[in-house]
Design a protein around this ligand. Structure first.
Ligand SMILES: *[C@@H]1O[C@H](CO)[C@@H](O)[C@H](O)[C@H]1NC(C)=O
Ligand SMILES: *[C@@H]1O[C@H](CO)[C@@H](O)[C@H](O)[C@H]1NC(C)=O
Ligand SMILES: *[C@@H]1O[C@H](CO)[C@@H](O)[C@H](O)[C@H]1NC(C)=O
Ligand SMILES: *[C@@H]1O[C@H](CO)[C@@H](O)[C@H](O)[C@H]1NC(C)=O
Ligand SMILES: *[C@@H]1O[C@H](CO)[C@@H](O)[C@H](O)[C@H]1NC(C)=O
Ligand SMILES: *[C@@H]1O[C@H](CO)[C@@H](O)[C@H](O)[C@H]1NC(C)=O
Length: 496
């Protein structure tokens, strides 16, 4: 009976085997080994057959042997074993995941050890990259813990190791002998203070002269701390800082295509929200984007508003005055998305623009129509069949998306890796190698002049998927194969 209960019947004959006796007696004791305790005794009357064998039938009373309970037990046992199988396969899966994380961790450990031994060549970039990766793993481990429900020794241990690693990276940073980081931080703090100053007197700025062609008249010293933020009183871009790795995009390592930036509005220049728009992994569709009110929220992945649209195309997207502007999927249209309501407020055709990968950028697909924002408003860089693929710049009315003015450059768009606008000047980049890019070309819409530049721009990963300029911060927001980078621009001073 059942798989775990057995019962035993002990039979003891009490009848005599003398011929002539027709009946015999049996004393039966049945007991369950489960309790190893006798449950009942009975005497039965049997009968003898022709050969003198005593036969008797014993009917086990149902009330004594709990058949139903045993059946229930059987069912429970089966369910439990199924559950166990499920949990066991989960554990196996986690063990695999954990070994992947362990490999990652040991890789990181090796890298940190190399950095520890080498006191000269490590840079903030390396720190930031490692920090981003450690943070990412911390997140994964947390997810793993949730999956585990209870707690697991291995996961706890991993968590401790990751926490240790975070501490180590922080300690290493403090060991930075040249104080490069400390100085850079001080500079950032100073710049922020300056920004506050500028913020408070932004209403008093005089009317600004149009920007002269960049890179010309080269006697002025770079003075990037002295150019008023949000102003065009400078001679154009002459240099660029090293990149600051802000973080990995919110969708993770595999979302290498996309864009990010900060809303700019001339009325509230320092108050813009931050947006991150990773494309789907096909490098084409823009569906989900997140908005953060502050940089801290972005850094901590907290208080995000996540919206979706159906669909944007490519990473040429910008945000201006709380509206997102984006090339609409499979068209030469530009859509204007109100970020408050997350709805498309307007779509408008960009006349003659080539689209759908006809003239995108070098190494970056689906960015035939690249929007840009600078001190003067909303711009779009594209190419047409008539321009034979050379870049065309149009100034747009951001209310109506109507083209206000158009300039034709002599630079072939597909040989450029990306572009951005500053003070009405278009800047274009090209690839030097996997770690460096060059701002090599400009077109000044106020004079119609174009020319060569050679400003070297370092990068963390191979491809700059998009570049956006923020006029108030005078920073570039670059989406570098999934990583969000910031660069400070250095402008040429106009001699007073
Ligand atoms: C059964 O019969 C035997 C022998 O006659 C006797 O010793 C025993 O007490 C009886 N048991 C019961 C439970 O009646
Ligand atoms: C760590 O991983 C990176 C890429 O994931 C790889 O390039 C590098 O060689 C690895 N380093 C070690 C020491 O395994
Ligand atoms: C973490 O660091 C503490 C203190 O430095 C050390 O005692 C501990 O062994 C470390 N744990 C792991 C898992 O590395
Ligand atoms: C440009 O900036 C980089 C990094 O800050 C610096 O090393 C380089 O000397 C600068 N170049 C010029 C021409 O100022
Ligand atoms: C977005 O829509 C809201 C609600 O309709 C409106 O109040 C707001 O002005 C719009 N924002 C922009 C930037 O057009
Ligand atoms: C943009 O269009 C709006 C609405 O037609 C108009 O009021 C505004 O003056 C235009 N702006 C420019 C710069 O043309």
């Amino acid at each position: 009976v059942g798989f775990s209960l057995r019962w035993l019947l002990l039979l003891q004959s009490t009848g005599s085997r003398h011929a002539g006796f027709s009946s015999c007696g049996v004393w039966a004791q049945y007991l369950w080994l489960v309790g190893s305790r006798a449950q009942s005794f009975s005497n039965f009357t049997g009968s003898k057959d022709d050969r003198g064998t005593c036969q008797c039938s014993v009917i086990l009373p149902d009330t004594t042997f709990p058949v139903e309970r045993v059946e229930r037990l059987e069912i429970i046992a089966q369910t439990i074993s199924q559950k166990f199988e499920k949990e066991f396969s989960k554990v196996k899966e986690y063990v695999q995941l954990i070994s992947v994380y362990e490999k990652k961790l040991s890789n990181l450990t090796v890298r940190i050890e190399i950095m520890e031994k080498d006191t000269i060549s490590y840079t903030e970039l390396d720190f930031e990259l490692i920090k981003v990766e450690v943070k990412e793993m911390e997140k994964l481990i947390k997810q793993l813990k949730v999956g585990f429900v209870g707690s697991s020794v291995i996961v706890d241990q991993l968590e401790v190791e990751i926490r240790n690693m975070t501490l180590l990276v922080e300690k290493l940073e403090t060991l930075d002998k040249n104080n490069v980081l400390a100085i850079r931080r001080q500079i950032v703090a100073l710049k922020n203070k300056l920004k506050e100053c500028e913020d408070s007197k932004v209403g008093n700025l005089p009317a600004l002269p149009p920007p002269p062609a960049p890179g010309l008249g080269g006697e002025g010293m770079p003075f990037y701390l002295l150019v008023p933020l949000g102003s065009c009183a400078h001679g154009g871009v002459v240099n660029i800082s090293r990149p600051i790795v802000v973080q990995l995009n919110w969708r993770g390592f595999s979302y290498v295509y996309g864009a990010w930036g900060r809303d700019y509005s001339p009325q509230h220049p320092g108050k813009g929200l931050y947006w991150v728009a990773p494309l789907e992994t096909d490098g084409r569709l823009l569906r989900y984007y997140r908005i953060y009110n502050t940089l801290d929220d972005l850094l901590l992945y907290t208080n995000a508003r996540e919206n979706w649209i159906k669909y944007g195309q490519g990473g040429g997207v910008v945000v201006y005055k709380n509206n997102m502007y984006v090339n609409w999927y499979n068209t030469r249209n530009i859509a204007k998305v109100n970020l408050t309501t997350a709805t498309v407020a307007l779509t408008k055709t960009l006349p003659d623009a080539a689209y759908d990968n006809r003239f995108s950028y070098a190494n970056v697909g689906w960015q035939d129509i690249d929007l840009a924002v600078d001190e003067n408003g909303l711009w779009v860089t594209y190419a047409t069949e008539a321009s034979t693929g050379n870049m065309v710049i149009s100034k747009l009315n951001d209310t109506t998306l109507e083209v206000l003015n158009t300039w034709h450059t002599k630079q072939y768009k597909p040989s450029v890796t990306n572009t951005f606008m500053v003070c009405g000047v278009l800047y274009a980049t090209r690839t030097l190698n996997t770690r460096t890019e060059e701002i090599f070309y400009y077109y000044d819409t106020s004079t119609g002049k174009e020319g060569k530049l050679n400003i070297v721009m370092q990068k963390v990963k191979e491809k700059l998927q998009s570049i956006n300029y923020h006029p108030f911060e005078q920073k570039l927001f670059v989406y570098n194969d999934g990583y969000l980078l910031n660069y400070d621009l250095v402008f040429q001073q106009i001699p007073q």
